[in-house]
Design a protein around this ligand. Structure first.
Ligand SMILES: *[C@@H]1O[C@H](CO)[C@@H](O)[C@H](O)[C@H]1NC(C)=O
Length: 300
């Protein structure tokens, strides 16, 4: 037993090796292009003071009253990325309100990837509405209930957009995948840069129970909160992608999200969500498409 004393305490070399990740982080973090500070990443775009950045940039709130809603957009445009935001939705009676959080390009043949949260009466479930537009054409709605109360706390809503697919996730659980099926002639968003947009507005003509429940203005102002924005993304500026330049920390070679696909666990979890929480799927709405379901529905 006496002979083993040297192996019972770690050597200096071991300690140094253990410290390497921390040393790396210490150097890399300050250089990271996105630090989650709303002042650096976000522009408040409308609502005349109803959109606010608070707590030194850690928190953003949008509010809605009878006179106006409000909104923001990202300073950057992106061409592919893994974009996370934490949202805490309007609580209490949010019927008639819609909080939209989406990526969109510009022009008549725009691309768009949507999360929209349709409010409800106190205690009744929100609907998470999703859609994908390619070249100005959407009609690809899928809707879900959530497995938690999205107004009680912040939850992470993510869009992974890379050349192979678009994956919508909630708290890391994939809920929807839109695959690149261009080989079968189905368009996929991959050449137009998109910006992040969010807004809170009144849509009581359709949001809650298809428009039956109206906004109760005695509850105004309605407020939704945002924090921990993170974009591991290719920033598009002046016709060039940051992922094609070796000089930035977002260079493609260091970005695993750019080639990320759903693994078996991810596929299983997505199936679980779709089985238990999906309440509408355009791909099973045969009545809506009398000429036949959209081609991607048969392929994915
Ligand atoms: C609101 O609650 C009703 C009743 O539970 C439900 O049918 C509906 O899907 C819920 N969500 C919305 C946005 O209407």
């Amino acid at each position: 037993m006496a002979s083993s004393s040297s192996s019972s305490s770690p050597s200096w070399t071991t300690l140094l090796v253990l410290m390497i990740p921390f040393l790396f982080n210490a150097f890399l973090l300050p250089a990271s292009p996105v630090d989650g500070n709303m002042y650096n990443d976000i522009d408040l775009t409308w609502g005349d003071g109803r959109a606010k950045i608070l707590n030194n940039g850690d928190l953003l709130t949008l509010s809605l009253d009878k006179a106006s809603g409000s909104g923001f957009q990202s300073k950057n445009e992106y061409l592919f990325g893994k974009i996370d935001m934490q949202l805490k939705l309007v609580s209490g009676n949010s019927a008639g309100t819609v909080t939209a959080y989406y990526l969109s390009s510009k022009g008549a043949t725009w691309d768009e990837i949507d999360f929209e949260f349709l409010g409800n009466l106190s205690g009744d479930p929100y609907i998470l509405h999703t859609n994908v537009f390619c070249q100005g054409k959407g009609n690809r709605e899928q809707q879900f209930y959530l497995w938690f109360d999205p107004t009680a706390d912040f939850h992470t809503y993510s869009i992974l957009w890379n050349p192979q697919s678009i994956i919508f996730s909630v708290d890391g659980t994939p809920i929807r995948e839109f695959k690149n099926l261009e080989f079968s002639g189905i368009p996929f968003p991959k050449s137009q840069a998109m910006r992040i947009y969010s807004s809170l507005w009144n849509t009581d003509d359709w949001a809650t129970r298809g428009g039956l429940v109206k906004t109760d203005w005695t509850q105004a102002p309605f407020t939704a909160s945002y924090r921990n924005f993170n974009a591991d993304a290719c920033v598009w500026s002046n016709g060039a992608s940051s992922c094609n330049s070796a000089s930035t920390t977002t260079s493609a070679s260091s970005s695993s999200w750019l080639s990320q696909q759903l693994d078996t666990t991810g596929q299983e979890r997505m199936k679980w969500v779709q089985k238990n929480y999906m309440i509408y799927n355009y791909c099973t709405d045969a009545k809506r498409f009398p000429q036949g379901l959209p081609p991607e529905c048969k392929l994915s």
